[in-house]
Design a protein around this ligand. Structure first.
Ligand code: FES
Length: 122
């Protein structure tokens, strides 16, 4: 990209800061999709794709999306955990559609979707 104005420079700086923010682990929310064998069999990949797509569409820069292994709750897969500070909420029995609603409700509006919660830690 050719820099032709102060606005261009500002934009580039902002983009760099956003990326640094995520790298340094300062994201407000950390979303972990559990990708054990049974999670994948139950559709965890599609759930991950829906979350990434929704986060990108909404241009959320305060969310870090990552993946982890099995969490030991086979019958509730796909499972996603949402962490903010010391609070951790585990959602289970997810579908891509439910995952998108969690992004809209929990990550955008700070409202936990109670009916899909499997476990909460504070
Ligand atoms: S094998 Fe199912 S949760 Fe680990």
């Amino acid at each position: 990209m050719k820099i032709t104005s102060i606005e261009d420079l500002k934009r580039i700086k902002e983009e760099a800061q956003k990326r640094a923010f995520l790298r340094e682990g300062k994201a407000e929310y950390k979303v972990t999709v559990h990708m054990g064998t049974c999670g994948i069999a139950a559709g965890a990949r599609q759930v991950m794709a829906a979350i990434l797509d929704e986060v990108a569409k909404r241009n959320l820069t305060n969310v870090l999306v990552t993946q982890a292994g099995c969490i030991g709750l086979c019958d509730r897969e796909p499972i996603v955990s949402v962490e903010k500070g010391t609070e951790r909420v585990l959602y289970g029995d997810l579908t891509p559609e439910k995952a998108r609603q969690i992004v809209a409700s929990h990550l955008v509006n700070g409202q936990i979707v109670g009916e899909w919660v499997v476990h909460t830690e504070r």
